[in-house]
Write a protein that binds this ligand. Structure first.
Ligand code: MTE
Ligand code: QUE
Ligand code: MOS
Length: 758
């Protein structure tokens, strides 16, 4: 059977040979036009004059367009309005798209951009969360979760402390940048090939920008060279611009951002400023907590409402709060509009939570692991979340227990203390942190998926579904699911590009739900097709019941007869059996009343835990991850190799966020970290020296997901919180009175924490 096997990624060979085609590898059509974007050179204010004559006169330039040339809708805000495709006069951040150059080559288009003469009237930009909070400047209204009487709980608690944690944003740094190629189609339509997590939304937005119905616009995504959330809404820019040019000029138009433009013009992870007041008893058992979580949204809403919601939903991480008040603020700044990034606010909420746990441990002079275990949810009396969802099943306690043993935590804790006593300059630290990540879009309507399955008369199968491939292995997993249901070899099934004309009204491939919803939809299609074949065979062979037909080992047995897929497909076709099926799935049992802040937003939780040991150099602040042990719950894994890859990649990406990726703006609002020279992503040498990743054994999902698997895309990123907590542990060993470590824990931040006392 194919499901449950560690099959290689369906494109693995293509990836390593360079044969896999990305948007910019598409054959260069003669006459194709190339787009470059001209951005604002101030961070806030308005445009007083624009002179683009020199741009238009530049070599190879065919056209220069501003907002005045947009055929219909000028706002590409995905959920709420507020994102002008091209500035209509106001400037909200430095680099904001104002005009585009259309030229005969990418190079010539980029060269012409610099010749624009634009005058501005500048105002003072707001560049940080603190200023936005002071001014109550938000992109969306504040929102809070509430359970129990927090005031009373804090009053009655033996100890009450306040704390705060700042954390930076994160650049997606996908290897393939934002890119789209649009070809004109008949009747004012357009066909766009795009590196895109959300083809349906791009279709919707392009249709609005062009002023045509959605049926005139087709979006195609074969694969992305990484998305990580950065191509959920931010791919719309290149789609809309290339579509506009393709339709106007009736020529193929390509829009591909340079790395620098990509970093400046498209959104990133939200940095957060978090504060709490927590009450607890002598054992460190939490009695009540009050959180304020303020996210830096940039100039517009984009997905920030849902992102800060998810931060709020995760500031309990794995711990029970008898009383809680959690407020989320969506701060408006004159910076690019921030967007989805692996974890979607969850990592920020969870980091705040774990920082609070560490603070309680420090206050009571106990090992943080003791505080973690004391407060962890159970399924009996500590089982209600701040959003009133009851935890019915919870693997974290047993995961912590077995990881503590398998990683030798107690012995190593002692060895680290000894090491730190005998070493003045190098200090080690260790931390075990759990992860509980809610699976489902917290916006209900997105929790649906669709698929389209064809059996051709030669016995080959073509599979389409609403999910997109960004390297995570969605296609091979869905292929495995269908092969499993039909008892056929996976290589009989070709998974094709995601296309809005094959499966309509799809959700973004996001919230780690790709396999859950599209895999289940594909299974539904496979079962429909299978039933038609069963009916056909029962009838042909005058069998008494459906179970006389068996699908296994790539063949079909019907009573005494045995078919190959080739012979069955041909026979069914000749007898006029429909061999194409659509599939559909919607996640059951979820509901959330946002006004009451009550409900069951998540179908289930993904769980895991990590133990990380680090070493810091107290003279330079340099640091290394020495060892990480991970135990992660992927349910009954559809593809253990793929899941382990997601765990390793997610962990390292999270460690990058918390250690050396630093998004920085200069005082005038210019993005200072606008390339690989000024923004450091993890290299192979930054991965843990020793990394032991295990999947939780025999743990089929408690709810009825496809193959009883669990979503695995985002949750492992949050295992990297163990790195940050271990670094804090090492900093504390260097100076027990060290000040609060800020994230990212760069060498500078580590030195600062060691040298400045609280
Ligand atoms: N893995 C790779 N290789 N590349 C990516 O871009 N994106 C992550 C995760 N893993 C990503 C990845 C994010 S943000 C999400 S939401 C999930 O994959 C989406 O895919 P899934 O739902 O199929 O897991
Ligand atoms: C997790 C997610 C997303 C989410 C909620 C989550 C996500 C996303 C949206 C969203 C919300 C409102 C919309 C919309 C999308 O919500 O990725 O189009 O109108 O796009 O809990 O990952
Ligand atoms: Mo992932 S941030 O939900 O695209």
């Amino acid at each position: 059977m194919s499901a449950g096997k560690s099959l290689a990624h369906d494109s693995a060979a293509l990836h390593v040979t360079g044969e896999a085609t990305y948007v910019d590898d598409m054959p260069n059509v003669p006459q194709a036009l190339h787009i470059a974007i001209g951005g604002a050179s101030i961070a806030a204010g308005c445009i007083t004059s624009i002179d683009l004559s020199a741009v238009l006169a530049s070599e190879g330039v065919v056209d220069v367009l501003t907002h005045e040339h947009i055929p219909a809708e000028k706002d590409i805000g995905p959920v709420f309005p507020g994102d002008p495709l091209l500035s209509t006069g106001d400037v909200f951040f430095m680099g904001q798209p104002i005009f585009i150059v259309v030229a005969t080559s990418h190079q010539l288009a980029r060269r012409a951009v610099g010749l624009a003469n634009i005058q501005y009237q500048a105002t003072e930009p707001v560049l940080d969360i603190d200023t936005a909070m002071q001014r109550k400047s938000y992109v969306r209204p504040p929102y809070a979760l509430q359970r129990g009487d927090v005031k009373q709980a804090l009053n009655n608690a033996a100890h009450t402390i306040t704390g705060e944690q700042r954390m930076g944003g994160q650049e997606h740094f996908y290897l393939e940048g934002q890119a789209a190629v649009a070809e004109p189609a008949e009747h004012g339509g357009v066909r766009i090939t795009s590196s895109n997590q959300n083809p349906t939304e791009a279709q919707h937005i392009v249709a609005k920008v062009l002023g045509v119905p959605m049926n005139k616009v087709t979006l195609i995504t074969r694969r992305m060279g990484g998305g990580f959330g950065g191509k959920e809404t931010q791919a719309n820019l290149c789609c809309a611009l290339s579509a506009m040019v393709a339709v106007k000029h009736q020529r193929t138009a390509s829009c591909r951002l340079s790395r620098r433009d990509d970093m400046i013009m498209t959104g990133k992870r939200h940095g957060f400023f978090t504060q709490w007041t927590v009450g607890f008893n002598d054992e460190g058992e939490i009695q009540g907590v009050q959180f304020t979580l303020a996210g830096q949204c940039g100039y517009s809403a984009d997905l920030s409402d849902a992102i800060v919601d998810r931060a709020m939903f995760h500031c309990d991480n794995s711990y029970y709060y008898p009383a809680a008040h959690i407020e989320g603020l969506r701060c408006k700044t004159n910076t690019v509009s921030n967007t989805a990034f692996r974890g979607f606010g969850g990592p920020q909420g969870m980091l705040a939570c774990e920082a609070m746990i560490d603070q309680i441990a420090g206050y009571l002079n106990k090992d943080p692991l003791e505080i973690r275990k004391r407060n962890v949810y159970n399924t009996t009396d500590k089982n209600i979340t701040p959003y009133h969802q009851t935890i019915k099943h919870f693997n974290v306690p047993s995961i912590i227990e077995s990881l503590e043993k398998s990683s030798d935590y107690v012995k190593r804790r002692k060895a680290i203390d000894d090491f730190n006593k005998s070493n003045k300059i190098l200090k080690r630290g260790i931390a075990l942190t759990p992860v509980k990540f809610g699976i489902s879009f917290t916006v209900k309507h997105l929790n649906q998926g669709g698929a389209l399955l064809h059996l051709y008369s030669d016995g080959s199968v073509q599979l389409n579904h609403g999910g997109t491939e960004m390297g995570q292995g969605l296609m091979v997993k869905v292929q495995q699911i269908v092969a499993h249901e039909l008892g056929m070899k996976t290589d009989r099934i070709a998974v094709t590009a995601t296309q809005t004309d094959k499966v309509p009204n799809t959700s973004p491939t996001a919230a780690s739900s790709g396999t859950d919803i599209n895999g289940a939809a594909a299974k539904n299609a496979a079962l429909k097709l299978k039933q038609r074949l069963i009916d056909f065979l029962v009838n042909q062979h005058e069998l008494t019941c459906d179970s006389d037909v068996k699908f296994a080992n790539d063949s079909i047995v019907a009573g005494d007869a045995t078919y190959s897929w080739e012979s069955l497909a041909h026979a069914a076709y000749m007898e006029r059996v429909s061999l194409s099926a659509t599939g559909y799935y919607k996640t059951p049992d979820i509901h959330f009343d946002r006004n009451a802040a009550k409900g069951q937003p998540f179908y289930y939780f993904a769980n895991g835990a990590a133990v990380t040991e680090v070493v810091i150099d107290t003279l330079t602040g340099e640091n290394r991850i020495l060892r990480t042990d991970i135990l992660h719950d992927a349910g009954q894994s559809i593809n253990p190799a793929m899941d382990k890859g997601q765990i390793e990649g997610g962990f390292v990406q999270g460690a990058g966020w918390l250690t050396h990726e630093e998004v920085k703006w200069a005082d005038d609002g210019r993005l200072a970290s606008d390339g690989p020279a000024t923004y450091k992503i993890p290299a192979i040498g930054d991965a843990p020296l020793h990394m032991n990743v295990s999947l939780l054994d025999s743990s089929p999902n408690e709810v009825n997901t496809v193959f009883r698997s669990k979503a695995v895309g985002e949750p492992p990123l949050m295992l990297a919180i163990s790195v940050f907590c271990a670094l804090k542990d090492a900093v504390k060993a260097a100076n027990p009175a060290a000040s609060n470590l800020q994230a990212p824990a760069t060498p500078e931040a580590i030195l600062l924490a060691i040298s400045a006392s609280t």
